[in-house]
Design a protein around this ligand. Structure first.
Ligand SMILES: [Zn+2]
Length: 512
């Protein structure tokens, strides 16, 4: 007894030591398993379950009249989680606070890029940590590359609106590949600094044509590949309107250029899923979600050839629009075939309308003039009362074409709403979106276009609650090395922490 009593503290110490060693061994074994060489993070901006599900039912409805979904590449991934998205200062987040959570594992205020809520301390991002650890880093987005979500991976700014400052941080960055949209404010206020020139000076090859983009080969060094065509916000056009280089192609090129023994971290954002949801245009958001899904497919294809070494994570930063499957006017029914009639985005139709407004004196303007344009863009048929009666007669006699035209025809009530919106659209901009009631109906967008997308969506059985973001959780999907840890219900900051773990910086995350 006395012999053992004396040795007990030693034994206890030994026991503790062995336990610690076992724990450490266990953690590093786990960390090793979760330390993939290649890490992809795909962020669908404004993409939660409704956006994914709308895309799934749209695909299914093209092939079948029965209810069902055709799964996306994203929704086929084996591990799923639910993710809360609130910001430090508001339940409904913006993309800056959400992007910061995903890139750093920290909550911050809406509008802040990878800094703390007091805007004094910069948070290190998963992309910066990956770079420090010798991995190659790529940042791809369908919106301007200085926009909030991509910025959260390479910049630190108190305001997302500091586009020039954000762009300059890209220019001096040691990341390997930036691609997709351009820069919103390449010139400094005094006109002396040009971000594109600064980037070239820092060793970036900047490409602006499809030809130059395709010619990029591994070994080229740092690349900033800008879409040959950009919209007014320096983003890619919507997928539905056609793009000279798609998000998928930008992603594939990133993989081609960054693949190598050091591994890579690639973030790809589908940024305009959000923008189309702000405008309440379901078909445009579905097409951008499908384009994003193709980019994810490129990542999954790479993962299939490096299954043990690759982690692919797909998430949204928040939901936008309050999109849902179900509308009061259609009760339990959906008529998704209506969606197939839309051929262009709301913004492309705005241009058609703008052209008409420019060439038509307000007194002469009538909705009838845009009949063909509306049918071409949205598949919706405007009928006079006489036309309707004639078609009804033909339809009653079994005329299939007449039946189909009647199906796509606007009801009297729908037509009245659209007439009202047309009158508003013909008024000057200031008169259009001034008061609160008008905002509730048109959200500050072109009244006629919003009335048309709302009508089309409602006919299909889809509806919206807002022109802003919502606070519902998003869905997260994962596949590959360490993907199991993305199952469950957790916060968006946990994704940041897990990704930082995945690129191998365990010590940094211990305090988060
Ligand atoms: Zn948004």
């Amino acid at each position: 007894m006395s012999l053992f009593r004396g040795k007990r503290p030693v034994l206890r110490t030994l026991f503790v030591l062995i336990t610690v060693m076992l724990l450490v061994a266990g953690i590093s074994a786990q960390a090793l398993a979760a330390s993939p060489k290649y890490v992809f993070l795909f962020i669908g901006d404004g993409m939660a379950l409704p956006q994914l599900n709308a895309a799934e039912i749209y695909l299914h409805a093209r092939e079948s009249d029965d209810p069902g979904v055709r799964k996306l590449n994203i929704t086929r991934m084996p591990h799923q989680g639910l993710t809360t998205t609130y910001a430090a200062d508001s339940f409904i987040t913006d993309s800056a606070a959400a992007g910061t959570a995903l890139s750093t594992g920290f909550k911050t205020n809406s509008g802040v890029i990878a800094m703390d809520p007091s805007k004094k301390e910069s948070y290190e991002t998963v992309a910066e940590i990956a770079k420090k650890r010798g991995m190659k880093v790529g940042i791809v987005s369908s919106v301007s590359i200085d926009h909030a979500t991509p910025a959260c991976f390479y910049a630190h700014e108190p305001s997302r609106k500091n586009y020039h400052e954000i762009g300059m941080q890209l220019a001096v960055s040691d990341f390997d590949y930036f691609a997709g949209g351009g820069l919103k404010k390449p010139l400094s206020a005094d006109g002396k600094t040009d971000t594109y020139k600064a980037a070239e000076k820092n060793g970036f090859t900047v490409t602006r044509t499809r030809e130059d983009f395709l010619a990029l080969k591994p070994g080229i060094g740092k690349v900033f590949a800008v879409s040959p065509e950009l919209d007014g916000d320096k983003a890619l056009d919507y997928a539905i309107d056609g793009q000279p280089i798609t998000l998928e192609e930008f992603t594939r090129k990133g993989i081609e250029l960054l693949d190598g023994p050091q591994g890579f971290f690639i973030m790809v954002e589908g940024g305009k899923i959000d923008w189309a949801c702000h405008a309440n245009d379901a078909v445009t958001t579905i097409k951008d979600t499908l384009a994003f899904d193709e980019a994810v497919a490129a990542g999954l294809e790479f993962a299939a050839s490096h299954p043990e070494e690759t982690l692919v994570v797909v998430t949204g930063d928040h939901e936008t629009g309050g999109l849902t499957i179900g509308f009061a006017g259609t009760k339990y029914s959906t008529y998704l075939d209506y969606l197939g009639g839309q051929t262009m985005s709301f913004i492309a139709f705005d241009k058609v309308l703008d052209e008409y407004r420019k060439t038509t004196p307000p007194g002469d303007a009538k909705l009838e003039d845009l009949k063909e344009e509306i049918e071409d863009a949205f598949g919706l048929v405007l009928l006079t009362e006489d036309e309707r009666k004639q078609l009804e007669l033909l339809a009653a006699n079994g005329d299939r074409k007449a039946q189909e035209r009647l199906y796509f025809a606007l009801t009297k009530e729908e037509r009245q709403n659209i007439e009202k919106a047309f009158v508003r659209s013909m008024n000057k901009e200031e008169e259009r979106a001034g008061d609160n009631e008008t905002y509730l109906i048109y959200g500050g967008y072109e009244p006629l276009t919003v009335a048309l997308t709302h009508t089309l969506n409602h006919k299909a059985g889809l509806a919206w609650t807002t022109y802003a973001h919502t606070g519902v959780p998003v869905a997260t999907f994962a596949q590959g090395a360490g993907a199991e840890q993305f199952a469950g219900y957790y916060d968006n900051t946990d994704i940041g922490k897990k990704l930082i773990n995945a690129v191998g910086a365990k010590a940094l995350t211990a305090s988060r």
